[in-house]
Ligand binder design. Structure first.
Ligand SMILES: [Zn+2]
Length: 163
């Protein structure tokens, strides 16, 4: 089983390579990414966070929107700006508010090889942008407006109506 790569490992700040073939290794990677993300209570994970420098990310924000397995994802349309709090499995105990696009259209290939276009907004859109930036070698800590400690995070979430 792979391990979550923590900052500062160079794989996190290196742009990942585009996937050219969906083979058994890639399917195994997707399955393992889901297993590790779920174990760590994450809502998104990029392949380079497991040390695999390929353009693959997964997102699972809630049961309603379900699991997104994104191969070679690309944001093709974006609008609106919004600020909300984020964390990252590669930065334990660091949280902070980040400005993101509110609505995006993302295009990717799924594990069956089909091209998918999804129009998403709100927190789902935020997490997708966070994960796609991982694939570009970019980190949310470079965009933090206000950093929050784990205690301040709890206060922030209560104030903003998260459960
Ligand atoms: Zn992250």
């Amino acid at each position: 089983m792979r391990e979550i790569i923590k900052y500062p490992n160079i794989v996190l700040t290196t742009p990942t390579k585009k996937v050219t073939e969906i083979d058994d290794g890639l399917i195994e990677l997707l399955d393992e990414m889901y297993q590790i993300m779920t174990e760590k209570d994450g809502i998104g994970l990029a392949a380079n966070q497991l040390g695999e420098s390929c353009r693959v990310a997964i997102v699972y924000v809630d049961d309603e929107s379900g699991l997104f397995e994104m191969i070679n994802p690309k944001i093709i349309k974006k609008s609106g700006m919004t600020v909300d709090v984020e964390g990252c499995l590669s930065f334990p105990d660091i949280y902070g508010t980040v400005e993101r696009y509110d609505d995006i259209i993302v295009r990717f290939v799924d594990r069956e090889g089909y091209e998918v276009e999804a129009e998403v907004s709100g927190y789902l859109s935020r997490v997708m942008q966070h994960e796609i930036e991982h694939l570009d070698g970019k980190l949310f800590t470079d965009k933090i407006i206000e950093r929050l400690s784990p205690d301040e995070l709890i206060d922030y979430m209560e104030e903003h109506g998260y459960d």
